[in-house]
Design a protein around this ligand. Sequence first.
Ligand code: CIR
Length: 258
Amino acid sequence: MINFNTAIVRRPAKSVCKGLRAGDGDDPDINGVAAEHDAYVDALQAAGLAVTVLEPLEAFPDSIFVEDPALVFSNFAVLLRPGAPSRRDEPAKLAPALRAHFDQVVELDAGHADGGDILQTPQGVMIGLSARTDKAGAAALQKVLADRDVESAIVETPAGVLHFKSDCALLDEETVLSTLRLAASNLFSKFQTLLTPDGDEGAANALRINDVVFLGEEFPRTIDLVAGAGFNVVPLPTKEIAKIDAGLSCMSLRWLTP
Ligand code: CIR
């Protein structure tokens, strides 16, 4: 859950500037997104991962966010059914790379579910209902997981938040970084919880990889908080991807190849 040796990423297409976003904010700068992606890939490699870098897909502006169309474990992968119409064919585009890595690639067969709504924890997998993940998709995913002895629970994502993991990240086996609005639901009562300071909600989309925690460099107060709790923080630029509602977990699929 925090130990990985393998990852898949996809380079941003020029169309990334038209990526989905909740508001009517500015387009991200293409070169800026590419620079953020390059820094991210370098950081994954520095953390010890073998990274497969897939080619850009111009027809899919959000395809840089490979976390959403699939879910991966050490011994199997699940092709999901993204909730946004413009992202529905992304799983098919990702399938060949997953089949190259996994003997078992399962296809979700009902509803909609985005990987950004799925948090893997030692207490089981949390599947957040959201505007992208519906009850049918969450239930279908629970069946896929139960068939493989993986426990899961269906939980709620706060209203107005894109994905469950927009607002939280697992920092270690017993610690979660969360926004106040998500932690208020008491979902993390079995965890120690570090709360992002007011105004730093975007920092909660962080990523623990082996010995380090990737955090958006635009959030010095959260960096101090997490570093102060004893974690080894690697700040990374996220200003441009944040314009299309993304953060650090979204740009990779990562797992521990046995
Ligand atoms: C989208 O709305 O689908 C993209 N613009 C952002 C996806 C972010 N992914 C994630 O939180 N896992």
